[in-house]
Design a protein around this ligand. Sequence first.
Ligand code: SF4
Length: 174
Amino acid sequence: MIGETDIVLSSVRVGGTEINYCLICPAKLWLFSHGIEMERTSDKVDLGRLLHEETYRDARHKELMIDNLLCIDFDESGGIIHEVKMSNAFERAHKYQLLYYLYYLKQKGINGLTGVLNYPKSRRIEEVILTPAAEEEIQEILAEVRTIKQSEECPHRDYSAKCKKCSYEDYCWG
Ligand code: SF4
């Protein structure tokens, strides 16, 4: 079982974005974790960042950097951590990214938080709870993320509908 020592001190530390990418496309995770980042130059990501800033202008809302690894949006009034997303196209990946934050914080002794996924464009919110079953899933995903990050070769890529929404589309298929 993975505990705080492993999650914080492991030589293969895992960020929330990497959990997200692993569930969307292993190649995306590999590219990102090998320093090939498209996010800073992607219009889609800029729009997401703007939506995030516009969604939270509340003074109770704080952005916390944990272990120089996870940047978490925390609403101190309700013990809620938020994750703002532009569209719900990859909702499962969003959900497990948020579950990972809850899991990580639990390993550090912070229990009882609720996760909320915010989709401001569609005005939808989704509550995310860390159950024992979800913790086991997170541990399995963490193991997969570490295997992919440590691999010397990029996983096989196939062109699919998700590529049209991916910031690496031009890199992979341009
Ligand atoms: S463009 Fe497609 S194959 Fe390439 S990283 Fe994105 S989802 Fe994966």
